[in-house]
Each structure stands twice: as C-alpha cells, then as structure tokens.
Design a binder for this molecule. Structure first.
Ligand SMILES: N[C@@H](CCC(=O)N[C@@H](CS)C(=O)NCC(=O)O)C(=O)O
Length: 217
C-alpha cells in the first residue's frame, strides 16, 4: 500500500493518524507541493491524500479513505461506540471557524521547513497559490493572526474544549478524534496567540493514542 501525502496537510494527517492507530504497514510517499503530475496521474487532479491499495484501488478524499481503512483493517476499531454525527461534527467544526486557515496556513511553511513537500518549487507553489486566493501576503496574514484569532476563534475553541475536555469526541477514541486533532494541530505553530491548554493536551492525547507526532514528519 502506498500513501501519498503532504506532511503539513490536515486532510493527509487524519489519514496518517488512522494508518498509525491501526498499525498498518505502508509505503510513505511525501510529495513536493509543486508535483502536479503524480497526483494527477493517480486520480485525475492535484489533490492529496491518495492511497494506492495495491489491489487496483487508488483513492483520494480523506474521509472516504479513513472509512475504507476501517473496512479493510477493522482492528483496532476506530468506530467502536461511535456515531456518524461525531464525525460530522469533527469535520465541520473548523469550517465554522472563520479565518482559521488564514491564521494557520503561513505557519505551516515554518513548521514543516525542510520537509519534502516544501522544496524550493513547493514553497513557491504553496505561497503564491494561498496568497493569491486570500489577497494578502503571508507576512500580512501573520501580522493579522493574533487579532483574527481573538476575534474569530476564541469562542469556537471554547466549544471544542467543552466537547473534548477530559475525554474524546464520542464515548471512546474514534476516527472523529483523528480528524479534529489534525485540523487543530497547525494552531500550535502560530505565534502571538494563546491556545487553550486543553486544546494542546487533546491534540497530544490523540497523537499518543496513534503513536504519531504530527509535527515531526
Ligand atoms: N476534500 C479533500 C481535500 C484535500 C485537500 O484540500 N488537499 C490539499 C492539501 S491540504 C491539496 O491537495 N491541495 C492541492 C493544491 O492546492 O494544489 C480531502 O478531504 O481529501
């Protein structure tokens, strides 16, 4: 099995956590962010994560992938005592957090400096694409990050804390936790903000459960 991913990418990270939590052996293939050909040849578009299951099935889309992994590798179960709304909640909460990606994106380049995704061409592709979409440079986004955080994220992070404090999203550890921890992970690199300590402990608890450090690619 081959896992194509970008180490910083939260969609890829949720799949990585599930692979690790299940103890699945796979070939780890981090791609340069500027590599258009490899993903396009595999699934017809430049979008990671992708898994080549080596039986003729090649798939993208992170939520489909983690469900497929659960089907193919049922133990340990990541859906035990689990309900679909937990996964819906986990995968939607950050889309309800305005400016979340504006705050986090520029810091991925610092945190994952030297990783294969961010070779020279990869950095340029990433930075130019994200800056063009947002109409602001990474330097401007970084300068605005503390104010954007205080205005937009404090309340939603409190909602997350109240849901996960002292436990998991559902009754037990599940794939929903892999999804949420991956999205939240990038916040740890942002300078000038104070993330609730419960958020940090939650991400670390998920990483420990899976045996994977998301920042140490
Ligand atoms: N819906 C997709 C989203 C994946 C996604 O957005 N991947 C980003 C990296 S974080 C990507 O491959 N972007 C390619 C690009 O922007 O060139 C999933 O859940 O797998």
């Amino acid at each position: 099995m081959k896992f194509y991913h970008y180490p910083h990418c939260p969609f890829c990270q949720r799949v990585r956590l599930v692979l690790k939590a299940k103890g699945i052996t796979y070939q780890d293939i981090p791609l340069s962010y500027a590599d258009v050909k490899t993903p396009t040849d595999l699934i017809g578009s430049k979008m990671l994560p992708i898994i080549d299951f080596a039986d003729g099935t090649v798939m993208g889309e992170s939520l489909d992938l983690i469900k497929e992994l659960e089907k193919r590798f049922p133990e340990p179960s990541l859906t035990h005592n689990w309900i679909e709304p937990d996964l819906d909640w986990a995968s939607n909460i950050i889309t309800r957090a305005p400016k979340f990606w504006d705050i986090v994106l520029p810091y991925y380049l610092d945190e994952y400096e030297g990783s294969p995704e961010f070779d020279e061409a990869g950095i340029q592709y990433f930075k130019e694409g994200k800056e063009a979409k947002r109409g602001k440079t990474f330097e401007e986004l970084k300068a605005d990050a503390p104010a954007m955080y205080n205005q937009n994220l404090v309340i939603i992070l409190a909602e997350i804390v109240s849901r996960v404090e002292g436990g998991w999203i559902g009754q037990q550890f599940s794939m929903a936790d892999c999804v949420l921890a991956s999205d939240l992970s990038g916040l740890r690199s942002v300078k000038g903000i104070e993330i609730p300590p419960q958020i940090i402990s939650y991400i670390e608890k998920v990483e420990n459960q899976c045996g994977e450090d998301l920042i140490d690619w």
